[in-house]
Design a protein around this ligand. Structure first.
Ligand code: PAF
Length: 599
C-alpha cells in the first residue's frame, strides 16, 4: 500500500455497508477509476444492492475489507460508527497510511480517533443528498454538495475524493458537524413529513391526487425560500389572519378526532408559532398581529416573553343545541388544546345570576375550556311545580357568559335532550333522594341525576372534566357526588360556596318570582340559619321564628317546610354540633326557597 498524495491515484477501495449511500458512493469511486476490492453486505437487500451497483465485487467480512483496502469507505448508521471503528482498532485491523472515510452526517473525524491512533488517515464526507440505492443516484452526485471534515493537512484528500465523484466539497468544521447535520435533517427530512401530513389531510377530505394539488405550491414555496429566503413567505400567519389560524386548528382538531391521530394538529401549531415569531423578528408581522396569532394558536404555543399583552375583546361563546354537536365541538376543542386540556363544565337551568357567575368564574380560572349548559329539565319538576313559568332569559344569559369568557354553551330544547319523549330509563337517587327536598318534591332528584348523567356523558371523553355545583343546593350536590362515586363517572365534582345578596338572601333564579314584600320576608331564612350557626337560637326557636314571619301587611305567612340539622354525608338528623349542616326550605308567597348553613 503506497502512501497517498493529495490527489489519490488509483486506490483499492473497500466498502463497509452496502446501504443506499455506501453502494452508490462505492460505485461513484469505481467510475472515478478506483478499484473496489470488497464490500460487506449483511441483509438480502444490501447483497442485492451490492450486486446491482458493484457487480463483480466480492462480498467479504468487515476485517477482510479493511485488510484489503487502501481506502475504507465506512457507510454504517451514525449510531453504529463509534463501536465499529474502535472494535476494528481493538482487533488491530487498521493500517498506517490507510484512508478511512466515513459518510455519517453527524460525525466529524473525532469518531475515527481509534483508527488515526493506529496510523490511518481520518476523513469525513457527507453527501447532502437523498438516495434511493439505485443507479440513478449516480447522476444525482453531479454537483452534489458534500460536507467535508478532516484535519487541515489531509483535508485536500477528502476534497479531491468528492470532486472525483462529481460532487462539490463544502468544508464543515469539526465542532459544527452535528448542527450541520441537524439543519439538513430539518430542511429535508422534516419537510418530507410536512408534505406527508398535508397530503394525508387532503386525502382524508377525498382529494383525488393530493400530491398534484399540493405539488405546484410546495415546489414554488421551496424554490422561493431557497432563492430569496423567508421574505417570500405568504399565508395567514404572516398576514396576521388570526381568525383563519384559529379555524384551521379547530378543523385539524376535528380531523384528529376522526382519524385518532393528532400529529398534524401539533405540528401545524408549532410550525405556525415558529413562522409567526420569525416573521415578527424580521418585521414582517406587527407585534399586535403576532400576539393575535399566538392567542389563536392556544396554550400549545406558549407566549413569547416580549409579546405585549393585548386588551382582550370578549368573544361570544359558540352556542349549540344538538347533543351530538356539543360532544364533537367540546372534544375537538379539547384536542386542539393538547393532551393535558381540562374542561370545566357548569350545568344550569338558565336565568343566570351572580351565583352562577361564581361557578363559571371558578371553572374559567381552573380549566382550559369552559362549557355551560342551559336546560330547564322537565324531568326534575313535579306536577303543579313551576316548570311552565320557570324564568328564562337566553340573550341575557349569553351576554353574561360572554363577559365571563365561556367557550361553549349547550342550550338544547326538550326535544333535543329527550328525543321521542322523556326517558324510560332513569338514574335513581335512592334513599338520599327521598328525604328533605325529595319528600316535598317526589322524583325531583331522579330527574336531576338523569339529566346530569346525560350531560356528563356528553362532556367526558379523552380529557379531564371538572363540574361545578353550588352549595346552596346542598342535597343535590351530595347526591351528584354520590352518583359520580357509585357509578364510576369520570368527572371531578367541584362545590362552590353559596353566593348571597348583601342582605344575606342566598341567590337563586327563583328569587325573580318574589315581590318586594316577599323578598323582605324571605330574609328570615338566612337570618335564622345564621343565628342557629352562632348558637343564638335552638332548632325549635329557629322554626318558630320562621313560622311567625308574615309577608308585608297581608295575611300571608312564610310557610316552613323543614328546618333541620343533618350529617352532611348521610343527611340523617343530628344534634346541632360543629361540622353539621342546617337546612331550610320554606314557601314564601308561592315561591319555594331553600338555604343552608354549615354549623
Ligand atoms: O342546579 C340546577 O340548576 C339543576 O338542578 C341542574 C344541576 C342544572 C340539573 O338540571
Amino acid at each position: 500500500m503506497s502512501t497517498p498524495s493529495n490527489r489519490p491515484g488509483r486506490l483499492g477501495v473497500g466498502v463497509i455497508g452496502a446501504g443506499r449511500v455506501g453502494a452508490v458512493l462505492g460505485a461513484a469511486l469505481r467510475s472515478a477509476g478506483h478499484a473496489v476490492v470488497g464490500v460487506t453486505a449483511v441483509s438480502a437487500e444490501s447483497t442485492e444492492r451490492a450486486e446491482l451497483l458493484l457487480p463483480g465485487v466480492p462480498v467479504l467480512t468487515v476485517p477482510e475489507v479493511v485488510e484489503r483496502a487502501e481506502l475504507v469507505l465506512v457507510a454504517v448508521p451514525d449510531d453504529h460508527l463509534p463501536e465499529l471503528i474502535s472494535g476494528l482498532a481493538q482487533g488491530g485491523h487498521w493500517q498506517p497510511g490507510q484512508l478511512v472515510v466515513h459518510v455519517a452526517g453527524r460525525w466529524g473525524t473525532s469518531v475515527l480517533e481509534p483508527a488515526r491512533a493506529a496510523g490511518a488517515i481520518p476523513l469525513a464526507i457527507h453527501p447532502a443528498m437523498t438516495f434511493t440505492g439505485m443507479s440513478m443516484d449516480l447522476d444525482r452526485l453531479a454537483d452534489c454538495p458534500f460536507g467535508v471534515t478532516a484535519p487541515a493537512a489531509v483535508r485536500p484528500i477528502a476534497q479531491a475524493l468528492v470532486v472525483e465523484m462529481g460532487g462539490e466539497p463544502v468544508v464543515i468544521p469539526e465542532a459544527d458537524r452535528t448542527l450541520y447535520h441537524a439543519a439538513l435533517t430539518h430542511g429535508a427530512n422534516n419537510l418530507t413529513t410536512l408534505i406527508g401530513q398535508a397530503t394525508q389531510v387532503l386525502e382524508e377530505i377525498g382529494v383525488d391526487e393530493p400530491s398534484r394539488v399540493l405539488g405546484a405550491l410546495s415546489r414554488a414555496s421551496v424554490d422561493n425560500a431557497l432563492r430569496s429566503g423567508e421574505s417570500t413567505l405568504t399565508g395567514p400567519v404572516v398576514r396576521g389572519d388570526a381568525g383563519t389560524v384559529r379555524e384551521h386548528r379547530l378543523a385539524l382538531a376535528e380531523a384528529a378526532l376522526a382519524s385518532g391521530r393528532e400529529d398534524v394538529l401539533r405540528t401545524y401549531t408549532f410550525m405556525a408559532r415558529a413562522t409567526a415569531d420569525r416573521a415578527k423578528d424580521r418585521g414582517a408581522l406587527s407585534p399586535a398581529d403576532h400576539q393575535r396569532v399566538v392567542q389563536a394558536l392556544g396554550p400549545d404555543a406558549p407566549d413569547s416573553p416580549d409579546s405585549p399583552a393585548l386588551p382582550q375583546e370578549p368573544t361570544p361563546p359558540v352556542v349549540v343545541t344538538s347533543p351530538q354537536e356539543f360532544r364533537t365541538l367540546l372534544r375537538s376543542r379539547a384536542v386542539a388544546l393538547g393532551p393535558e386540556a381540562t374542561v370545566g363544565f357548569v350545568p344550569t337551568m338558565g336565568a343566570l345570576h351572580d351565583g352562577h357567575g361564581h361557578l363559571v368564574r371558578q371553572a374559567r380560572a381552573e380549566n382550559d375550556l369552559v362549557a355551560v349548559s342551559i336546560f330547564v329539565n322537565p324531568l326534575q319538576f313535579g306536577p303543579g311545580e313551576d316548570l311552565s313559568r320557570y324564568p328564562s332569559d337566553l340573550p341575557g344569559d349569553l351576554a353574561r357568559l360572554t363577559e365571563l369568557g365561556v367557550d361553549v354553551v349547550f342550550a338544547p330544547a326538550v326535544e333535543d335532550m329527550y328525543p321521542g319523549g322523556l326517558p324510560l330509563v332513569r338514574v335513581s337517587s335512592g334513599e338520599l333522594g327521598n328525604q328533605l327536598e325529595g319528600s316535598s318534591r317526589p322524583g325531583h332528584f331522579d330527574g336531576v341525576l338523569t339529566v346530569v348523567a346525560k350531560l356528563f356523558a356528553l362532556v367526558t371523553g379523552g380529557h379531564q372534566v371538572r363540574a361545578y355545583f353550588g352549595q346552596k343546593d346542598a342535597q343535590q350536590l351530595l347526591i351528584i357526588q354520590r352518583m359520580v362515586r357509585d357509578l364510576n363517572v369520570d368527572v371531578q365534582i367541584c362545590p362552590v360556596a353559596i353566593v348571597r345578596a348583601p342582605d344575606g338572601l342566598a341567590l337563586s333564579s327563583r328569587n325573580a318570582y318574589l315581590n318586594d314584600d316577599e323578598r323582605a320576608a324571605a330574609l328570615v331564612l338566612s337570618r335564622t340559619l345564621q343565628e342557629l350557626a352562632q348558637g343564638a337560637v335552638t332548632v325549635e326557636q329557629a322554626r318558630d321564628a320562621i313560622n311567625v314571619q308574615q309577608i308585608g301587611a297581608g295575611p300571608d305567612t312564610v310557610e316552613l317546610d323543614y328546618l333541620t340539622v343533618v350529617d352532611p354525608q348521610t343527611l340523617q338528623p343530628v344534634d346541632p354540633v360543629p361540622g353539621t349542616l342546617a337546612l331550610v326550605a320554606a314557601r314564601v308567597g308561592t315561591t319555594r326557597l331553600i338555604d343552608n348553613h354549615h354549623l
